[in-house]
Design a protein. Sequence first.
Length: 246
Amino acid sequence: MAKRSARYKTRDVADSENVHPLFPAKGSWNPRNGETRDRKYIKNVRAMSPAQQRLMNALDERAVTVTLGPAGTGKTYLAIAKAVEALEAGRVGRVVLSRPAVEAGESLGFLPGDLEQKLAPYLRPLYDALTERLGTKRLKSMVAEGAIEIAPVAYMRGRTLNDCFIVIDEAQNCTYGQLKMLLTRLGWRSTMVLTGDPDQTDLLSGLSGLREVAERLERVPEIAVIRLTDADIVRHPLVAGMLTVL
């Protein structure tokens, strides 16, 4: 019996050496310098860089904000966090989120299901950010009530969006004409933010209108154009390193 017990203890020690801990030991590497809080439990989102703070200030103060920056700089997350904040504070009546239904360099072909199911893969990133801020159950309830609307860019023509917080995500996949159409949807008591990375468009060369739109809107004093850089990336540190060489 004593031999069997000793053998089990030896095997437990050997196995434990090959198991990676769920929570890293104190002092190990962490992309947030030791901060491991789940963001969905943080009521007030805070900026991780001066440029992100300028973005958050612009979203509070300007009716139209254009945000340019590489992947991982928090463009979409901060925009949606501010949209949810405005909705919960009663500053807007609803949130409208739009995104172009453009495939990332490959053709998915025919997608089964009704229209909502066909569009779901393209709108998934917006749902992910909303779920992180609201939770799945509350998000479903707000979508069903119409407090939050998620729609592709193609459905925005002809609308006037009053009393809304509008987020146009992945704007680098919109043409100049589409962006002009979207910007002119702005109604009374509304805030609009365009987010995108001009260097990662999935359109054919020369079709994306985000860079030109941003350059032209910089001449309008009432509109904020915020440019984020590799220094503002809050994903894995290797993301910034890869973007400098890719």
